[in-house]
Every structure is written in C-alpha cells, then in structure tokens.
Design a protein around this ligand. Sequence first.
Ligand code: GLN
Length: 531
Amino acid sequence: MAKYVFVTGGVVSGLGKGITASSLALLLKSRGYKVFMQKFDPYINVDPGTMSPFQHGEVYVTADGSETDLDLGHYERFIDEELNYTSNITTGKVYSSVLEKERRGDYLGATVQIVPHITNEIKNKVYEAGITSNADIVITEIGGTIGDIESQSFIEALRQIRNEKGKENTFFVHATLVPFIYGSDELKTKPTQHSVIELRGMGIQPDMIVTRSPIVLDDNLKKKIALYCSIPKENIIDSVDVKNIYQIPINYYEQGADEIILKQFGMKVPKANLKEWEKLIDVTDHLEKEIEIALVGKYVELHDAYLSVAESLRHAGYKYHTKVNINWIDSEDLEKDADLSKIFKNTKGIIVPGGFGERGIEGMIKAITYARENNIPYLGICLGMQLAVIEFARHVCGINEANSTEFNSVCPEPIIDLMSDQKNIINMGGTLRLGNYDCKIKKGTLAYDDYKKENIKERHRHRYEFNNKYKDILEKHGMVFSGINEASNLVEIVELPKHKHFIGCQFHPEFKSRPTKCHPLFDSFIKNSLK
Ligand code: GLN
C-alpha cells in the first residue's frame, strides 16, 4: 500500500508549494523509492483547458492527453516520471463524477452531501493515484491557501484519510510564509502560527512546516514555531529564497526533510543518490556564456503562460553552459510600424510558441518573416509551426491569401484547417487532439539529426492541422515535411534546409524537456543560435 504525503499552503498563495512538493518527491526518489505526484485544484472547471493563460498560466499536457495545472510540469521536470489523469483533480472533476453517479442511481435512497459523498470521491482519487501508480509514496499538493472556502472539502477529505490510515501512512507538510519586516529588521512567525491554527481548526495537525523566507530562520524562531505549532524543531524546514529553483531539493536534503518523512512512515532510509542533480546545480551556478532568445507571443505579460517553453530553453542552455536570456515580445507590438531590426538587434534565435485565437497573429508572422529572411534560427511550436507554414506560403510561394480557418473561417487559401475529426465537435473542453501521438521522421533531415531515430512520440494540444492539398507547392519552393503522423497523414514537423536553422513542430516538445536531459529540438535550436 502507498504512503501519502500532503502539501498544504498557508498565509499567501504563490509560496512555491509546487516546488516544495517536487523537491520532496525528488529526494524520496533519490533514495530509491517509487514516487507519484498529484495536485488538487479547488476550482470548478473540470480542467484548466478552457481557461485563458492569463488566468492560469500554461496548460501542461501529460502523455495520456490530460490538460493539467502547470505545477505538473514542475513535478515531471523534478522527478522525471510520467504523470497522468489521476494527477490533477479539480472540484469540477469531483462533482461531475458524483453527479454522474447520482443520476445513475448509485446512491439510491440517499441524500447526496459534501460529507460523505464529495469527500469520499476525493479520497478515492487519492487512493486511485496510489493504486494505479503502484508507487511507494504519493505526494499530493492542495492548491490554494488554507482558509479558502473552495478547498474545505479537500482538507476535510485529508483529515479523514489521516484518521483511516494513521500517522504511519500519512504525512502533512504545511508551507507558510515567514515575512521580513523592514525597520525592525526581523522575521515574523505570527502568520505561520495563525495559519497552523486555521489548519488545526479543520482537524489537521502538520507534521512538518516549510518556511519560505528571505533569510534563514535562527534557532530561536524555530523554537517559537515549534512551541506554538506543536511540532519538533527539526521538522521546521527552511525554504529560503533562491535564484535557482533546482537548488531547493539540495537545501531540503541538507536539513533532512525526506528522512523525517521516511522515519515517520517507518521506512528504511537508503543513501540518497543526488549525483546527477548536484552536477546540474554545479552547471547552473557556473554558466559561462549568455544568449538572447526572443519569445514572440500574445500572453508574454504573464511569463507563466510559457513556463515549460522558458524552462526548456534554459535546459538546452545548460547543456552549452549558457544562460538563456528570454526577450519577451508581445506580438501585437510588432503589428504597428515596428522596427524589427531594432527589436531583434541582440536576438540570436526566435521562438513562436503555442497559442489560440486571432489576436497578435500578424505580428508573429512578421517575426517569422524576419527570422527566415535574416537567417536567424527559428523554432515554431504548434501555432508557431502553423504560422511558419502560412508565412512561407504567402511570401515564398506567392499564395497571398494563405491563412488558417481558425483566424478566418472563410479564407480562400486554408493552408491550416480544422482537422476533419474536429468538424462536428461541439464541446470545447477536452476535445483538442491531446497527448501522445506517433511521428515518423524522414532520414536526412534536421529533425532526424536532432532525434537520431525514425519513430518518436510527442505530446499534442491542437485543433487545426496543415492542409495536405498545399504540400506539393510548398515542397516545390523548398519546404521539407520531415515528420508525419502516418495513421492520419498529418504533418508533424516542417523545416527549411537552406536556412541556418528553421523548424516547426505541430506538437509541444517543451513538455518533455528535463533539466538534466534537454529536448533534442531545443538542443539544436540553442546550439545553432550560439553559432
Ligand atoms: N490554435 C492552434 C490549434 O488549435 C494551435 C494550438 C497550439 O498552439 N497549442 O491548432
């Protein structure tokens, strides 16, 4: 049977609970245990797939095609394990499933209530993650902040799980903020005390408190928290602000955080193997070069909207001991009379990531023209591939009206068009082409150089595709279709061989990049941008 670690947060949101959960998971894995991760999001959407990136940041897609919270990206990057549909549970998911059961008559005779029906459903989702993953330890992060109305039923379910499984099978981590007050120049523990009081009011006594603070807590402060919050002083783990998030697991390790958890579970504490991770920190702490990459999109005000893309660029940078500085460019700014040579003056590579809707599209196309004409390395992801094809059709093949039916449903030259199996879809949620699909790579292409194999699988999230009617004419003008999904004859990768580096992919390679193992497409993009 799996053991369960729950990570809650107090005082404020944005404390880095996701990183806390991921760091603990990494440490437990480094000791040889099989770890699985899960996130509860207390909002009513069934998944974040229908939310604007401005609301929620990026939607992270798992291999099985679940559209999930961006914290799952942290989880996968830290523990390098594939997560799935059991890994992101929302209030919407819980209620849909309870209501479906109610209509089916599963609760016949009963009044369906939050306790026990909703809480049972939540508990089942926790246990399901444990059973299907076959993990030794499941770490579940609860989104939001203690005291939120939305998360109460989740917290109540956790209280019941502790009651059912006992202290030897469950562990509560509470992450809080210890602010520094300027003037009196001291750290303050009161918000942590109050947050723990609130948590206790809901029946949960934390086993560990992780304190986020700008400086390390001294012994007296830890004693104070220990006294007021009834936990051993050693179980207070410093999470001091760091420049590099990959440092955090090492900081927790030095304080014995994972050991404390294993001891409560009565599990052995084998030696941790953190060699690879320590090597990563050594690299990231000593980057020798810098490079500017322009990321052109319409959600750039919120960097979290492109979190995995930004991380993937950084990972590839690590391989070349290079700090990647991202120049965030709002594509709409390029639509006015922008001087692109000025904007891209120091840019060594241009990336257009995924996106939806018409706004800002012409600005992205301008950036692609600039990259193509000035031999600047280009990587187009999903929308960025579709626009690269439109740009090429318009400006190289002379198909002036080339467009996507996403932006103009009656466009006369639909180079990008709705996939045929999307035409009758009415529901917007969960109906994109999602998750892993095969791609066959043509030998002798840039893509083959990158992957060094013919058959790959990548994660997808799109509704539109390249219209094969235009393949011949684009090929005649020099575009190479280097990756195809054979089952549906769908274009997955395009490239321009005469260019220094010009490639677009219909899938999202950013979901598979890991800090210790960068993705081949980001690898070659950074490598060629450095040349
Ligand atoms: N909007 C495009 C589509 O649905 C691209 C999607 C994306 O970039 N993720 O096909």
